[in-house]
Design a protein around this ligand. Structure first.
Ligand SMILES: [Zn+2]
Length: 178
């Protein structure tokens, strides 16, 4: 790849959008308030409203309010930490275990062609909520990010978040752990 092409790729948000869609799928505008959305959601006392589909020991799984594709979730530690290296080993293991489980559930429910798994650590890396690490897991299809949808930034979401919530919650409950 020539240096000019590399430079263009670096400067082209559409390409970035194709390869790391989670950078552009923000959690909620609530982050603009002083608190941390990932600390607040589990304390709401209403997991349906918070769209938390599962609580484990160290982490929880929550739907992305602005999904890139249907089924876009995040695996989030309860602890407010801004770097992966600060996460204790047991919590990191659980985060990966829940990601595996989500991959399984998404494959069963949505029959995707692929799955994106990713973290943006820090504002410069594109984190929507920079103070609190989280792992994005989302199903992908061959035709889900064609040129027009990327340029137009319009995405067709064939189901509501309420439907996604029910499907994934039930899917997690009926899944045998890998
Ligand atoms: Zn937090």
């Amino acid at each position: 790849m020539g240096s000019e092409t590399s430079r263009l790729l670096l400067l082209c948000p559409a390409m970035d959008y194709l390869w790391t869609p989670w950078r552009y799928a923000y959690v909620s505008t609530a982050e603009k308030t002083s608190g941390c959305i990932f600390c607040e959601l589990p304390k709401l006392g209403d997991d349906v409203r918070a769209r938390i589909v599962q609580r484990a020991h160290y982490c929880f799984i929550v739907l992305n309010t602005y999904p890139y594709t249907p089924g876009h979730v995040m695996v989030v530690p309860f602890a407010h930490l801004d770097e992966l290296q600060k996460l204790p080993r047991e919590a990191a293991n659980e985060m990966m275990h829940l990601s595996q489980k989500m991959e399984q559930v998404l494959r069963q429910l949505y029959k995707p062609d692929g799955v994106n798994l990713g973290m943006n650590i820090g504002k410069a890396a594109g984190a929507g909520v920079a103070g609190h690490i989280h792992m994005h897991v989302l199903p992908r299809w061959v035709a889900d990010s064609n040129f027009m949808s990327v340029v137009g930034e319009t995405r067709i979401l064939p189901e509501t978040l309420d439907v996604t919530y029910e499907r994934i919650k039930n899917g997690l409950q009926s899944t045998v752990s890998p």
